[in-house]
Ligand binder design. Structure first.
Ligand code: HAM
Length: 423
């Protein structure tokens, strides 16, 4: 026998059991997106490396250490997308989607980061995200948060905490940068190599270091919220007012700086205590400077993205209701010629009742064996097709949920009877 070829570390197969959760998540998010006026956009998985360097930032973990970059045959440097926002902005500029109106877009798909795999952290993972272009005010930030909340509620998820912070404008961050560098220099001997290197080039990134040895230094660092410019402080206060009025709970987290450089003003993260270290299930914020940075006409923007694997794990742990993928009707066929007639009948029923799912018994078997399969399939109804009944134009119908006695139904009445029973 040949050796097996294993999957790549940190890249998971999505098996049918989990697919049902993903389908539920897709259904719930798509219906919420529609009700807030978001339209789907689907983009290539590969972009020019330069796009991510410019958007996410050269001195970030993602760009410095985590990108899957390679040269194509012409020698151009390309990367598997580590996140979705940069590509959406590129596509919006390139396709003239930003034209004075509010543009609301959603996307989903795989992202790639060469991180150390652990529970909830993968090298290929999947996001569902939204990006909105246009409104500069806190109304957009608030609506994005409402959208997230609605999705948690519709999925039946609880215990998700909203963490909120403001990073101010680029100018305000310049002022804060100096204060932070001074502070970090005083504690330089405690910093690790990464942080020392980032001290001058991107000191904010030191604040999202996950190194526990730095926790104390980071905890004591001066806060960005205390150095906000007047307008950003107002924007943040107005956002809080809207959230308070709507009864949305949040925690102000002055240490929330996010791992990507494009943010300005509002940033947020929804976290859970149920998944261990990888506790962020959805994150985002405002990025008013990114469109012009990538060559577009200046326009404000904000968005968020959720990690599908983490939401899936949370839905499993909270036993949320999942759309059933099981058949509605299992067809048992016993006796000479019944199987062929059963196949033909199933086709007819699929045409007449397209909303119902039918599963045929295949490969024969005794009545008992087939009935066992019907039970195991999770179907609500078993149809029993025997030679004698079929000859008389009738089939047996057994409700596998209520366990009522089997009834006999005319083939001509069957489609209607099934719709009544399952519907
Ligand atoms: P992010 O925080 O890097 O933001 O990722 C968003 C979400 O993706 C996280 O909250 C987490 O649930 C999930 N995630 C991130 N990395 C992994 C991983 N290695 N394995 C599993 N799940 C992961 C962004 O990507 C921004 N583009 C979000 C955004 C959209 N901001 C504005 N618009």
């Amino acid at each position: 026998m040949s050796q097996t070829v294993p999957a790549i570390r940190g890249m998971k197969d999505l098996l049918p059991g989990e697919s049902a959760i993903w389908r539920t998540l897709s259904r719930v998010t798509e219906s919420a997106f529609a009700s807030y006026g978001y339209q789907q956009i689907s983009l290539p998985i590969v972009e020019r490396t330069e796009l991510f360097k410019r958007a996410v930032g050269e001195v970030t973990d993602i760009v410095e250490k985590e990108m899957y970059s390679f040269e194509d045959r012409k020698g151009d440097s390309l990367s598997l997308r580590p996140e979705g926002t940069a590509g959406v902005v590129r596509a919006a500029i390139e396709n003239g989607l930003i034209n004075g109106q509010t543009e609301r877009l959603w996307y989903s798909g795989p992202m790639f980061r060469y991180e150390r795999p652990q529970k909830g952290r993968y090298r290929q993972f999947h996001q569902i995200g939204v990006e909105a272009f246009g409104p500069p005010g806190p109304d957009l930030d608030a609506e994005l948060i409402f959208l997230g909340q609605r999705i948690w509620k519709n999925l039946g998820l609880t215990g998700i905490t909203l963490q909120l912070n403001s990073l101010g404008t680029a100018e305000a961050r310049q002022v804060y940068r100096k204060v932070l560098i001074d502070y970090l220099k005083q504690h330089e001997s405690l910093l690790d190599e990464d942080s020392k290197r980032r001290l001058e080039r991107n000191p904010l990134r030191v604040l999202d270091s996950k190194n526990p040895a730095l926790a104390e230094v980071i905890e004591q660092a001066p806060s960005l919220v205390d150095h906000l410019d007047e307008e950003s402080a107002q924007h943040f206060q107005q956002l809080r007012n809207i959230l308070d009025a709507a009864g949305v709970e949040y925690v102000i987290n002055p240490r929330l700086v996010r791992g990507l450089d494009y943010y300005s003003r509002t940033v947020f993260e929804w976290t859970t205590t149920e998944l261990g270290a990888q506790d962020a299930v959805c994150s985002g914020g405002r990025y008013d400077d990114l469109v012009p940075m990538l060559g577009g006409k200046p326009v404000c923007a904000a968005g968020w993205a959720m990690g599908i694997e983490r939401i899936t794990a949370l839905m499993q742990s909270q036993q949320c209701e999942i759309d059933s993928m099981a058949a509605d009707v299992f067809i048992v066929a016993v006796g000479e010629g019944s199987e062929q007639q059963a196949l033909v009948l199933a086709e007819r029923l699929r045409t007449e009742q397209p909303q119902l799912k039918f599963q045929m018994n295949m490969g024969g078997g005794s009545f008992k064996a087939q009935f066992k399969r019907a039970d195991k399939s999770g179907a609500a109804i078993a149809l029993i097709l025997g030679e004698d009944e079929l000859a008389a134009g009738r089939v047996g119908l057994k409700n596998l949920r209520s366990r009522e006695d089997q009834e006999t139904v005319d083939v001509d009445q069957l489609a209607v009877r099934l719709a009544e029973t399952v519907g």
